[in-house]
Ligand binder design. Structure first.
Ligand SMILES: [Zn+2]
Length: 63
């Protein structure tokens, strides 16, 4: 599940949400997280494009 951070520019692609946040060093981080129950996919990327690509290509291991 997404950590309780402050995300901005949150968008949704299928079940996957992409949001931008700052890490502890003030750098932007882009997180893609699947909202499907029991999936639990989430990953951080250096660029928004990479996160959105991951969101578009993600396939849930469970349906
Ligand atoms: Zn998923």
């Amino acid at each position: 599940m997404p950590a309780p951070k402050r995300f901005r520019n949150v968008s949704r692609t299928g079940p996957v949400q992409v949001g931008t946040s700052y890490d502890g060093r003030g750098r932007e981080k882009h997180t893609a997280a699947c909202t499907a129950p029991r999936c639990g996919f989430s990953a951080d990327y250096d660029s928004r494009a990479a996160a959105e690509l991951a969101a578009r290509t993600h396939r849930c291991p469970v349906r």
